[in-house]
Design a protein around this ligand. Structure first.
Ligand code: ATP
Length: 289
């Protein structure tokens, strides 16, 4: 009963700077409240983004196991695409990196430091997430983008909007960045929402990116714009993509095939096609008509 009140106290203490900080705090607190900073947890910043998973196992419920002994590594700045059947655990793998869930066994390190020895806030400050279900709050587009970085300047927000391919859309709105969106304002499309969330991540400028690609079809023009924005966003950042788009898969530095049996194949697109294994079958089923 008292716990929520204690949490509000912490929010006020940590983030006196208004709605953006509050929302960010809620974001950090979003999932399992049992996931906390270890005693003596390290504050990390400016990580390079060398990621390793060593024999990682995880289940959402006790006794059930979704990931068993998963091991892989990603070099700083590289893009890795996770592919495989629905429900195999691709999103689950990525959600262990910011510790939205805690692995049951094994180790996940970034630049050699176990992620559970970092403070949650500093760990999560190093990871940007772009996913299908974008959370936008009622307010202006500017406020929604600014949520990516406390104290962002107007110039930084405009630059982030431009890089997220929002310029043409903003030009059509009477108040541009200051247009109110949501129930009391302008309703916006899924593609526009996604670009606002991409602008947030540009502003946050993290070394690591998790990209859960949209499965639903967008119109071609939106798709092209989003792909351009994402290509620019992932350049130079370690990127984990839950991949559905052919473009991402083909150009990834590494493709990791995840099935219920674990990681079954790993390599570049051309290498995996030559193997004529599960990736080849998935690829043929999805992409050749
Ligand atoms: P998709 O391609 O459909 O997104 P995926 O490979 O990313 O699938 P996950 O979303 O990681 O798969 O899900 C792996 C398994 O874990 C599925 O059986 C799913 O139902 C289960 N699962 C996912 N999230 C949760 C959760 N929050 N609580 C309990 N079970 C979950």
């Amino acid at each position: 009963f008292f716990q929520p009140i204690q949490k509000i106290g912490a929010i006020i203490e940590l983030y006196p700077k208004g709605i953006a900080g509050f929302q960010r705090y809620m974001d950090i607190m979003r999932l399992d409240p049992d996931i906390k900073d270890a005693p003596n947890a390290k504050h990390v910043e400016a990580l390079s983004g060398n990621i390793r998973y060593d024999n990682v196992s995880f289940g959402y419920k006790e006794g059930s196991s979704i990931l068993k002994d998963i091991s892989f590594s990603i070099n700083a700045g590289q893009t890795v695409a996770f592919v495989g059947p629905s429900g195999a655990g691709k999103s689950t793998i990525s959600s262990l990196l910011p510790r939205f869930y805690e692995r049951n066994a094994g180790e996940i390190t970034i630049d050699g430091i176990p992620n559970n020895e970092m403070t949650l806030a500093s760990l999560r400050s190093q990871i940007g997430i772009v996913q299908q279900d974008v959370y936008l709050f009622g307010g202006t587009i500017r406020e929604n983008i600014a949520y990516g970085k406390l104290g962002a300047t107007d110039d930084e927000i405009e630059e982030a909007a431009r890089r997220a391919q929002l310029t043409d859309f903003l030009a059509e709105l009477p108040d541009g960045l200051d247009t109110v969106i949501g129930e009391r304002g302008v309703m916006i499309s899924g593609g526009q929402k996604q670009r606002i969330s991409i602008a947030r991540v540009f502003l946050k400028n993290p070394p690591i990116l998790i990209l859960d690609e949209a499965t639903s079809a967008l119109d071609t023009e939106t798709e092209v714009k989003i792909q351009e924005a994402l290509d620019e966003l992932s350049a130079g950042r370690t990127t984990l993509v839950i991949a559905h788009r052919l473009a991402t898969i083909k150009h990834a530095d590494k493709i990791i095939m995840v099935t219920k049996q674990g990681i079954t194949e790993e390599g570049k697109h051309s290498e995996l096609l030559e193997k004529e294994g599960a990736y080849r079958r998935l690829y043929d089923a999805q992409f050749t008509h």
